[in-house]
Design a protein around this ligand. Sequence first.
Ligand code: HPA
Length: 266
Amino acid sequence: MRCPNEFRRETLPAALQNHRPEWGIVLGSGLAGFVDRVGIVDALPYESIPGLPVSRVPGHAGRLVLAKIGAVDVVIAQGRVHLYEGRTAPEVCAQVRLMAALGVRRLVLTNAAGAINPAFVLGEWMAITDQLNLTGTSPLLGGAHFFDMTEVYSARLRQHFAAVAARQRVTLHEGVYAGLLGPQYETPAEVRMLRAVGADVVGMSTVLEAIQARALGMEVAGFSCVTNWAAGLAAGALAHEEVLATGLKAGAQLGGLLEAAFAGEA
Ligand code: HPA
């Protein structure tokens, strides 16, 4: 069964129709610093694109950036909406469908996440190898989309990014991302449960977009910025400000990695 997409290239704003991005990038909390590194061609606020929901969360600017990384045309979603804002799974994934309509074939999903794996260091990156969708919902609800999820995150892309990270001497862990509903952070008991079921990091995004992107035939890569220790693994309470501050610094590092990786892929 074909995955439905309400977006059509012909009905998008003219600025978008002129851009032919091969790659899409979705930026997570506080990772907007990444955009400073790229050559911006145009930037459209989500409000100006019919059908795209707008976020009100601090740290999620909400604009679609048309850019060049090296010689490669990319489209960057700077800011996303989340289930915890009261949005539906299809709304959360609208920008992925928009990117598909633009012709994006490869999608890089990024997020800020809490570390569960004790080997991780705050500020480092993890390439997502697989996911636990613990949100209780799916963007594919409503049809018999019995979609295969054996390899959501492309092993081929991951190998490519790992090789680039090694050349750049950037630590790039690998592991499983657990996506929860939120908006509250986890309890220490929930974090112990997540560790027991194989999660390396925990966050409140990405899993639905990855499902949507795969159902639309995209190749997907995912990167988690380890912004804090998950609840109960470090002294003190979690603060959104801490998550944003760590993400801001790490965004530039991801920029360097993607730049080199796209140059090798183009
Ligand atoms: N838990 C859930 N989501 C998050 C976290 C966390 O610890 N850090 C950043 N996003």
